[in-house]
Design a binder for this molecule. Structure first.
Ligand code: ARG
Length: 257
């Protein structure tokens, strides 16, 4: 019995070495090692399938959490995830209270003034959620409506720019914006397409309009003072893209239609 166990263990070890295709850091990295350097990720965990609390309500899971874990593993670092308001994430990375932001975060020129972005890993589309019986049928019908958004997101920035502050109601997260839509406090919600799908699935009587407001790229953000970490994370992410890890993580959470 002991021999069999040893044999299985040996096979598993060889298999895992093979899977790591030459990256020696990965094998030596021990994420339970308390001396391992910490990688603190900031996010706002109400953004499924990118980040959300799993059924037990304590663990943050999702595409970003898994990509960050894979990056940390490659760098031999121990990942810690901090949940905070979306609109405080960039300040948190600038001031060093977190090392990296993974939050379905859209690359914009304005944000690039404040932080450095890693390579991109996903595409987001700003879409419009409305009640099934809404008279809003396309982007052209948004004028004069009350639009719910998550504060500080690109949905917020674009809608405020296009329709004015008075037309836009900010919420601390997407779930609260969708709840306000259910209550009739807002006429629609503008938010990224994948969270939109999750929210519509979880709430009766809502639909996503078949028109795209804007398409954008997601990347992680790191302080401009931490160029060394940006280089390391970019190298890790390029490897994880090349070996299919990132695609596999995304496919696990987003089923092809
Ligand atoms: N992609 C949008 C942005 O960057 C929304 C991201 C919201 N993310 C979150 N984890 N709540 O502004």
């Amino acid at each position: 019995m002991k021999k069999l166990f040893a044999l299985i263990l040996a096979i598993l070890m060889v298999a895992s070495l093979a899977a790591c295709s030459g990256d020696t850091e990965t094998e030596t990295a021990d994420t339970n090692d308390t001396t391992a350097e910490e990688l603190i990720m900031g996010t706002n965990a109400y953004f499924p399938p990118y980040e959300y609390y799993d059924a037990d309500g304590t663990t943050i899971v999702g595409i970003d959490a898994e990509i960050a874990q894979a990056v940390a593993d490659k760098l031999g670092m121990k990942l810690t995830i901090k949940d905070m308001d979306f609109d405080s994430l960039l300040t948190a990375v600038q001031t060093g209270s977190v090392d990296i932001v993974f939050a379905g975060l859209t690359v914009t020129e304005e944000r690039q003034q404040a932080v450095d972005f890693t390579v991109t890993y996903a595409t987001g589309i700003q879409v419009i959620i409305v009640p099934n019986d809404s008279d809003i049928a396309s982007v052209d019908d948004l004028a004069g409506k009350t639009i719910g958004v998550q504060a500080g997101t690109t949905g917020d920035i674009y809608c405020t720019g296009d329709y004015g502050q008075d037309s836009v109601k900010q919420f601390q997260n997407g779930a609260l914006a969708v709840a306000a839509l259910q209550n009739g406090q807002v006429d629609c919600v503008v938010i990224d397409n994948e969270p939109a799908k999750s929210f519509v699935e979880a709430n009766e009587g809502l639909k996503i309009l078949d028109t795209e407001y804007i398409t954008e790229d997601y990347a992680a953000a790191i302080s401009k003072d931490n160029a060394d970490l940006t280089t390391k994370v970019n190298n890790a992410m390029e490897e994880l893209k090349a070996d299919g890890t990132i695609d596999a993580i995304i496919a696990k959470y987003i089923k092809a239609e």
